[in-house]
Design a protein around this ligand. Sequence first.
Ligand code: HEM
Length: 151
Amino acid sequence: MTALLMAIHILAALIWVGGMFFAHMFLRPAALTLPTEQRVDLWFGVLSRFFPWVWGVIVALPLSGYGLLLTAFAGQKGTSHSVQIMQLLGWTMILIFVFLYVAFYRNMAQRVRKRLIPEAGLYLNRIRILVSVNLILGITTVLVAASGRYG
Ligand code: HEM
């Protein structure tokens, strides 16, 4: 059970942080060379495929994390600093994602469907900023989580 919970936890973190890293580091610079309309369409195509996975991830991460705390580590790891920081950063990331989805992504999708491209681009830019924040938080979380036992 512990191995399964840990596998789910790590896979979820990998998909989320890896996806944001790829988008920010590789896709964004490449897409910047495109004309605005194509760039917005490309990002809509990417985000509309990535975000359903992120919804799955934000359910799987806390469930598997608290599953680990309740079973394998039953109490003792709950007080360790690295797990406390992981929870704080994890919930912050989740709130940021839910906010950017509700406040920006849904508006962007609406504008893309109505072909209001410049407005959609404004929302895309706001999404990019919050995804960058989450990428930094995500990398920090993984570093804290993985190095906690050595500290
Ligand atoms: C939201 C609540 C979360 C809880 C309750 C939680 C809980 C846990 C627990 C109990 C462990 C095992 C600790 C250990 O082996 O010392 C763990 C490991 C881990 N967590 Fe989380 N976690 C959460 C969120 C996150 C997030 C958001 C990420 C990354 C984006 C993350 C990444 C990791 C990684 C990479 C490990 C493996 C550390 C290792 O064993 O090397 N966790 N988590």
